[in-house]
Design a protein around this ligand. Sequence first.
Ligand code: UT7
Length: 326
Amino acid sequence: MKASISSTSHYAPEKTLTNQDLEKIIDTTDEWIKTRTGIEKRHIIGENEATSDMATNIALDLLKKSKLDAKQIELIIVCTVTPDHFAPSTAALVQNNIGASKAWGYDLSAACTGFLYGLETGAKFIESGKYNNAMIIGLDSMSTIMDYQDRNVCVLFGDGGGGAILEKSNRYGIIDSLLRMDGSGGKFLIVPGGGSRMPTTSKTIENREHFLKQDGKTIFKFAVKGMADVSEEILRKNNLSGDDIDLFIPHQANKRIIDAAAKRCGISQDKVVININEYGNTTAGTIPIAINESVISGRLCRGDILLLAAFGAGFTWGSMIIRWGN
Ligand code: UT7
């Protein structure tokens, strides 16, 4: 028995922030951002919107598309590094908003690899036989931790995400996964302030420690190697080649990272999903957004072999192979 994805959804806020908008507030150009990253715009949450609002939209749409009633949902995992609060969990807020009165759940923090960690975790609950379903939502409100004075970071990230309902299946579902973590890379992509290491004070705010900092060059190097290595390894382990993959959905952090990973795995460009131009990097949101868009456009069909791969803060990274369908 496998855990398979029975419905998918995604959500991106209406408001957008284009490269041209950024040209007006920092020393950058549309040309630089497009050629170095592939990004043209990002979606940004509205003033009264938070991560749980986007997650609730996603959860309600998932229910609409599934045969399940809110009261039948057994587990909710929200993968995010931008929860509404430290406590309560965003999962608890979603549970209440959708009326999933029999569900339990929690938030999962694995940054850009969050959705893969979430799918793996949800799948294991189902494969144990004790659970019939799990709602996995991956999303982030990255604009809330962006320093719009730091051109090294703020051009890269946006808000949004998506989700999936996992259910039992005999024929389809997650075939294999390889998940990795190396905490020695933690310092290269970090929000230094606001946690127990450096609680918020007027000084931490003045020093802008509550914003995301990154060493872009180092992350680039590790991301290319990490994503390509783990994707090659999972293909080899399952006796597959790039030609056997029908669709490759990589985390959307930089088009150059995606191109390098696809090339190393021998996956042709026409099988690679790229939507970074529209959303930028939505952290845990990129993969579920791309999955749902591929379902809607008909690029992802029943029986297809789907390869997912991600790399992010932690460092965390991983890959997953799914036979699509339910
Ligand atoms: O999900 C994981 C999250 N993060 C990532 O995956 C990020 C991975 N890293 C990257 O994507 C790339 O390293 C960046 C896009 C962040 C930077 O690209 P790069 O080709 O590595 O550029 P660079 O850092 O080597 O900077 C080249 C130049 C520098 O100027 P000088 O020193 O050559 O004069 C930067 O100051 O580009 C400058 N620069 C910019 N110029 C215009 C840096 N950011 C900008 C900007 N606009 N926004």
